[in-house]
Structure formats: structure tokens, C-alpha cells
Design a protein around this ligand. Structure first.
Ligand code: ADP
Length: 307
């Protein structure tokens, strides 16, 4: 399964992108939908919320009064934490179930509004960020009935542009028409997501393809090394007992050198690296090499015994 994370500020066009990806064949897991599901009437989650916050947070029909709850947790981090300690494990469980149900050859798209804020990027093979000018976003939110000041406040409380850029493997600027946006998504699907998935399934590194919606030379190229490094460390960390890794000097392709602690057989790390999107390309002189399955971001990972 190719795990794609999709995010973007409110009003950026993220849901439009998710819908289009679903039409193209992606399995879309929508974090907002799951967040509502786990506190639906009759759910275990709603019972726990009522126990914590009192029955005053129910509508006369017995559903969760979201506005009332938002008012309570918005300005009180302690209360917010209490809420999240109820909902997050339930959302994580439902997410896990949906991911587990996806077929092996799925392109999974996890639509998560707070992906950047929560530092979830390294857990995905690819992070797609949708962006639109702040004025457009405000206008879209107001068009959906949100008061102007609320829309601005909401946007200001989310990740900054710089934080989103650092997390983005793919940056979609939603500055044209909806049809333009859909065309960009179609290209992303055909030129990057599908070949990435195919290489992942086959266990083969991708040849760098300039047509693959790659980020070389663009703003998204900045930080590419960091993103590869974070993914490798997340994949190997639990197995290799605190490996250290550094970026090689070349920059292009991204080159990550991992020092494998003594006592760890590099062969045991193959599976974890492949699941993270790096396919073996060979071994020489005690060093094992891997190439990224992502056609849009050439990267080499080398495992070396430490010391
Ligand atoms: P998000 O999920 O990021 O909040 P949506 O995809 O729901 O954003 O888009 C917000 C609103 O703006 C929707 O009504 C959508 O149809 C509209 N929209 C999105 N992109 C465009 C665009 N390029 N041109 C015009 N309207 C757009």
C-alpha cells in the first residue's frame, strides 16, 4: 500500500483533491469523517465525552453539540487534552481498521487537516499539500457560512506556509479554476502516485523521471533530504536501536548514510526500508544500498556498520 498524506489549510481545496483522487481509484481515509464517527449518537466515544464534559454538551436530539464543545476546548488546553485523550485513540483505531482493509495494491490517501501541525509527515511515503492564497481561502470559508473574523482566526491558528513547505513532497497551488486543480491531480496520480505504488509493490527503485511531478529545483526540493532522513529513521529506529544518519554531500540525488549499530544485521532492516519506500540495489564492501521507489524524488540510502 502506498501511504499518501494529504493536507492543506481550511479552504485550500484539500477536499476537492481528495474527492478527485478517490474518483481516480485511491482509497481515501478522511480524518474529519472518522472524528465525527467516533462521537456519533450511540457511540462509545460520545458516552465517554458526556461522562467527562457533562450532558450539557448534547443537543436535545442526543447528538454532540459541536459548537458548545468547541467553545469549551478552544480556549482551554487542559480541556482540549481531555477531549483528545478520548477521541484520538478511537480515531487511531478506526484509521488502522480502514488502512488494514485496503488491498495491497492500493494507493491510500489519508486526508488529515492537522498533518503538519502534528508532525505526521514521516509516517507517509508521500505528503501532498494543497495551498491557496489566504484571500481565496477566507472567501471560500465565508461562502460556506463562516463569519469573516472566524475564518481569519481559523487560518491564523493553523500551520504556517513555511511549516507546510518543509513537510510537502508535492505542493499543489490551487490558484486556477477547479478544472485546473483536477488536471493537476490527474497528473499527480498518473505520473507519480501510480508508478510509486508499482515500484513499491515490485520492490524496485524508480528511475528519476523529470515528468513525475518531481520537486527537483523547486521550493519543495528544499528540505527533501530532511524528509528522506526522517522517514528512514522512523522506519529503522525501533529495529536498529538508535541508528544515526546523516545527509551525504551531493544533495542531488538525496543521499542518506545510516550507521547501523554493531550487533544489528543490516539484512534484518531490508523489510522495514522497503515498507518505507526504499528498494535494495545491492551490497558492496559491507555497505548496503537502496533507491527510492518515488519517481519524483531520487534518493539513495546506504547502510554502513557503525564505527
Ligand atoms: P478544503 O477541504 O481545503 O477546506 P474544499 O476543497 O472543500 O477546501 O474547497 C472549498 C470550497 O472552494 C469548495 O466549495 C470548493 O468547491 C471551492 N473550490 C476549491 N478549489 C476551487 C477553485 N480552484 N476555484 C473555485 N472554487 C474552488
Amino acid at each position: 500500500v502506498l501511504r499518501t498524506g494529504l493536507t492543506g489549510g481550511t479552504g485550500s481545496g484539500k477536499s476537492t483533491v481528495a474527492r478527485r483522487l478517490g474518483e481516480l481509484g485511491a482509497v481515501v481515509v478522511d480524518a474529519d469523517v472518522l472524528a465525527r464517527e467516533v462521537v456519533a449518537p450511540g457511540s462509545e466515544g460520545l458516552a465517554a465525552v458526556v461522562e467527562e464534559f457533562g450532558p450539557g454538551l448534547l443537543t436535545p436530539e442526543g447528538a454532540l453539540d459541536r459548537a458548545a464543545l468547541a467553545a469549551v476546548v478552544f480556549s482551554d488546553p487542559g480541556r482540549r487534552q481531555a477531549l483528545e485523550s478520548i477521541t484520538h485513540p478511537l480515531i487511531a483505531r478506526r484509521t488502522g481498521e480502514q488502512v488494514a482493509a485496503a488491498p495491497d495494491d492500493a494507493v491510500l490517501v489519508h486526508d488529515v487537516p492537522l498533518l503538519v501541525e502534528k508532525g505526521m509527515g514521516p509516517g507517509y511515503h508521500l505528503v501532498v499539500v494543497v495551498d491557496a492564497p489566504v484571500e481565496d481561502r477566507v472567501r471560500r470559508l465565508v461562502g460556506r457560512g463562516m463569519p469573516h473574523d472566524d475564518a481569519r482566526r481559523r487560518i491564523a491558528s493553523q500551520a504556517t506556509d513555511e511549516q507546510r513547505r518543509a513537510a510537502a513532497d508535492v505542493w499543489i497551488d490551487n490558484v486556477g479554476t477547479t478544472a485546473d486543480l483536477e488536471r493537476a491531480v490527474d497528473r499527480l496520480w498518473k505520473e507519480r502516485l501510480v508508478p510509486f505504488r508499482d515500484h513499491l509493490l515490485a520492490g524496485t527503485p524508480a528511475a528519476a523521471s523529470p515528468a513525475a511531478g518531481g520537486d527537483a529545483g523547486s521550493a519543495a526540493a528544499q528540505g527533501a533530504g530532511r524528509r528522506v532522513l526522517d522517514r528512514v529513521l522512523l522506519a529503522l529506529g525501533p529495529l536498529a536501536n538508535a541508528p544515526t544518519a546523516a545527509l551525504g554531500s551531493s544533495g542531488e540525488p538525496v543521499d542518506v548514510v545510516v550507521a547501523v549499530p554493531s550487533g544489528v544485521d543490516p539484512a534484518t532492516l531490508h523489510g522495514a526500508l522497503l515498507r518505507a519506500g526504499f528498494a535494495p540495489t545491492g551490497a558492496a564492501g559491507g555497505e548496503w544500498s537502496y533507491g527510492s521507489c518515488d519517481p519524483g524524488r531520487p534518493a539513495v540510502v546506504r547502510l554502513r556498520p557503525a564505527g
